[in-house]
Ligand binder design. Structure first.
Ligand code: HEC
Ligand code: HEC
Length: 390
């Protein structure tokens, strides 16, 4: 009898102990988290982006990041900022085939749109390991191959400049707390990342039509173009699917982040699938021959504003992009990159070619144009804090 009573007591103690432990735990989990208080400017259909725990979104971070994004003193000659290559009016691209850095050096690749960058599972055209905006920002600032902003060796100078500037003293204090120590490189890249995460583009006519209530927001031609885009005949949606028209994506409603790289048969220099040697895709990182020419499928949001196209800006118009896919890969007839892309042995099976009549081609272009979000490229919140939209 006594034995049973003791057992009951022991059980209760264990129960009470685990119970109080779990209450304690739930209190910890319910502790105020600044990222929960940031108001995302997104409609209900849109899942929220995933934000790193060590860099929660706050309005103050975003505002500081906005100033830094447009800060020309963050370059070797005080003439270059992130916004020199990521121009709001062009959906944060630069209109050039390949980017040109502060010292005039050409980048092998084309500048990329930053629309909905918070949803990208991997960053840049072809780098499977580049996943954090906080880390990526260091590349244009300090990279030497190629030089973009040219800040290598100037870390101390830029921190001094920021620490002596009244506006930055206030902005850093609001975002990270008072004191010179909080004006550091880590917080600088955190703020840049937060500003970029705020660059949400979901107000195109297509969004109104597909997710809003306006069935007339896009033309009949664009609706036919959407059907073509999503057809097994054209296969575009396989790689440019989902809310961001890209298959490298992450957000709160996906169990796993999606990451993919594809060879679309843009080149075939040696008949064995070779791409130009300064631009071989993720092959540059993995060194696997099968990865030659594999790039990320970029978002197609605002695509009408972001010409020229492809990782090296080698296609000038949307018409020509469609011709490339219709041929199942691009043929270059002369010059050092001559080759038949459709015979590239490393090409994705989804780029097998198709026939479109001129009406259908126009319809597809109308659909792509319906992805332009005028509000995004004019939103004052994303513009140069000292000048406005430019
Ligand atoms: C000289 C022009 C130039 C400057 C200056 C520049 N970028 Fe870029 N940006 C590029 C190019 C080119 C790419 C593609 C790089 C690649 O694929 O290797 C890119 C890619 C990116 C990407 C990846 C986009 C995606 O869809 O994956 C991000 C994010 C980015 N830049 C942010 C920044 C930030 C932040 C700054 C300022 C600190 C900056 N960039 C400055 C040219 C530039
Ligand atoms: C196998 C996957 C795949 C399929 C299918 C595919 N794409 Fe792409 N798309 C890509 C990749 C990867 C790139 C970048 C390729 C590069 O630069 O080498 C790209 C680039 C583009 C670009 C240029 C984007 C920019 O910012 O420069 C456009 C426009 C485009 N695709 C439209 C389409 C259309 C329209 C279709 C259907 C006819 C289609 N894609 C089918 C993977 C695909």
């Amino acid at each position: 009898m006594i034995f049973q009573w003791q057992r009951w007591l022991a059980m209760s103690v264990i129960f009470l102990f685990t119970f109080s432990l779990s209450i304690g735990l739930s209190q910890v989990l319910a502790a105020p988290n600044p990222s929960n208080t940031y108001v995302w400017d997104i409609p209900a259909w849109m899942p929220k982006p995933i934000v790193p725990i060590d860099n929660p979104m706050t309005a103050e971070n975003v505002e500081l990041g906005r100033h830094l994004f447009y800060e020309k003193r963050l370059s070797v000659n005080n003439e270059f900022s992130c916004a020199s290559c990521h121009i709001q009016a062009l959906a944060f691209t630069d209109g050039k085939a390949v980017a040109v850095g502060a010292t005039g050096e050409q980048h092998p690749r084309s500048s990329m749109s930053l629309a909905n960058i918070a949803y990208n599972s991997v960053l840049t055209w072809a780098h499977p390991g580049m996943k954090k905006l906080e880390v990526q920002a260091l590349v244009p600032m300090f990279g030497e191959r190629p030089v973009e902003m040219g800040l290598r060796g100037k870390e101390k100078d830029i921190l001094k400049m920021l620490r002596e500037d009244k506006t930055y003293q206030q902005l850093f204090a609001a975002a990270f707390g008072r004191g010179d120590n909080n004006i550091n490189l880590k917080n600088l890249t955190k703020a840049l990342a937060s500003f970029q995460r705020s660059l949400i583009s979901v107000n195109s006519p297509y969004d109104e039509y597909r997710y809003g209530n306006d069935k007339n927001a896009i033309s009949a031609a664009a609706k036919r173009g959407e059907r073509l885009f999503n057809s097994e005949r054209l296969e575009c949606f396989h790689c440019h699917g989902g809310l961001n028209f890209s298959d490298s994506i992450k957000h709160e409603r996906l169990a796993f982040e999606e990451i993919a790289f594809h060879n679309t048969g843009l080149y075939n220099i040696d008949g064995k699938g070779a791409y130009p040697s300064n631009n071989t895709g993720i092959h540059e990182i993995t060194r696997k021959s099968a990865d030659m020419g594999k790039f990320k499928a970029p978002t197609l949001r605002n695509i009408a504003l972001t010409a020229p196209y492809m990782h090296d800006g080698s296609i000038a118009t949307l018409e020509e992009v469609i011709d490339h896919y219709a041929a199942g890969g691009r043929t270059i007839t002369s010059g050092k990159f001559a080759g038949v892309g459709s015979k590239n042995p490393l090409k994705s099976n989804f780029v097998s070619g198709f026939k479109l009549n001129s009406q259908e081609k126009q319809d597809l272009i109308e659909f792509l144009k319906s992805l332009t979000d005028e509000e995004f490229v004019k939103n004052p919140a994303f513009s140069d804090p000292n000048i406005g939209v430019h």
